[in-house]
Design a protein. Sequence first.
Length: 140
Amino acid sequence: MLKRLLVLLVLIVCVSSFAKESTSFRFSLVPGFGWPKKDVVGLNFGIIGAQEKDKSVTGSDFSILCSLTEGVKGSQSSFVNVSKNAVGDQGGIVNIAQDSKGTQWGLVNFAKNNEGLQIGLINIMDNGWLPCFILFNYSK
């Protein structure tokens, strides 16, 4: 009985993703080849890279190697994270964001325009209290 309910739940989630403009789960093996090609409200998961051009993630964006997502509201975690608009948390070895609101934590953090905190070895922020600082940096 439990097995049937689980299968039914999985089918409902899969079928409902066809009817909506967004999906609760997207899987990507390599950048540009994610399925389904919709905005994500839930989990975006990638092996080598999680990326879909002009798509956003609200929730969790996780990739083993590299996450290249246009816009993230929530958490972005990978060895390398790149986002045009990041709201929330970016965590990895290298974090890069054009506009960031929240926390970046990693060895190297870069944000052109940041409203928040960077924690790492090298922290670069154009509007930071210093443009480049070690251990931490925060916006003016």
